[in-house]
Design a protein around this ligand. Structure first.
Ligand SMILES: NC(=O)c1ccc[n+]([C@@H]2O[C@H](COP(=O)([O-])OP(=O)(O)OC[C@H]3O[C@@H](n4cnc5c(N)ncnc54)[C@H](O)[C@@H]3O)[C@@H](O)[C@H]2O)c1
Length: 252
């Protein structure tokens, strides 16, 4: 497949691209300049049309990953831009779009102590960032229904080489598992779905049964391996009620 990766020069993109090489022919794009990346702004309709042309699938990563932002900063990159990419995908006859959603779309359950959060529970965003991701998932479903575009939404956990601190352990997604997840999402026989994307972490707060059953996602990494070496960012706030909520504290 020819796979267009948007936001390829970003944090997730830089870890994902090596994992996809060899399996697919990649077209990388970002408004930031980087080697091998077609530079341009997806807000430019001509650029978007040009870069989407010829792709069999799109992995859409471009957006604002900061969960502490307000809606005014998120609407364009995380809502409008998803609509533009879906429109361009339909117009160009792209078969599948993989959307980078986030565990913030369901992190309200975590704050309420209802874990592990299942993928088939109604969304419970913890913040405008999470709500924007739910909007993107919902728009993806509408395009799947209306236009027959296959849309796979991946609620990614914290993507880093290794967990950044103790609070990351339950929701970490390793680079290797990120690759397994996105490769599975590109190949699965599904019209539409929303899946949690985290590693095989001990004490995971998000269930990933649907990702296993429908995408055949089989993570192998466990954040527990790093438990003894990461900074304990929770120790300073022993009272859970005093800790910042997910939307403002985690995975940014
Ligand atoms: N980083 C994580 O742990 C994490 C967790 C969950 C979900 N996500 C989601 O994954 C995606 C990627 O996150 P990230 O951490 O790599 O973010 P990032 O900010 O590091 O990378 C995003 C990239 O998108 C590009 N971009 C933004 N607007 C653009 C536009 N209009 N045209 C072209 N390029 C544009 C930026 O230049 C940047 O390189 C985001 O949608 C984010 O919400 C990330």
């Amino acid at each position: 497949m020819i796979v267009l990766v948007t936001g390829a020069a970003g944090g997730v993109g830089r870890l994902l691209v090596p994992e996809l090489r060899g399996e697919h022919e990649l077209v990388l794009t970002d408004r930031a300049h980087a080697p091998g990346v077609v530079p341009g702004d997806l807000a430019d309709p001509d650029f978007l049309r040009g870069v989407v042309a010829g792709a069999d699938a799109i992995v859409h990563l471009a957006g604002d990953p900061n969960p502490s932002r307000g809606w005014d900063r998120l609407r364009v990159p995380n809502a409008d831009m998803v609509a533009h990419v879906l429109d361009a995908a339909v117009a160009a006859g792209v078969g599948r779009v993989v959307l980078a959603s986030s565990v913030h779309a369901s992190a309200g359950y975590v704050d309420a102590g209802r874990t592990p959060v299942r993928e088939d529970w109604p969304a419970w965003p913890c913040c405008p960032y999470g709500a924007a991701k739910v909007f993107a998932e919902s728009l993806g479903r509408a395009y799947a229904y209306q236009w027959g575009l296959s849309v796979v939404c991946l609620r990614l956990g914290g993507v880093r080489e290794r967990p950044a601190a103790r609070s990351w352990l339950p929701g970490w997604l390793s680079p290797g598992d990120l690759g397994r997840l996105v490769r599975a999402a590109l190949r699965a026989n599904v019209d539409y779905g929303v899946y949690h994307g985290i590693s095989a972490n001990t004490g995971a707060l998000w269930d990933r049964s649907l990702a296993g059953a429908e995408l055949s996602y089989r993570p192998v990494d466990d954040s527990a391996r790093y438990a003894g070496e990461v900074a304990d960012d929770l120790a300073a706030k022993p009272d859970p009620a005093a800790r910042p909520r997910w939307g403002f504290a985690h995975l940014s």
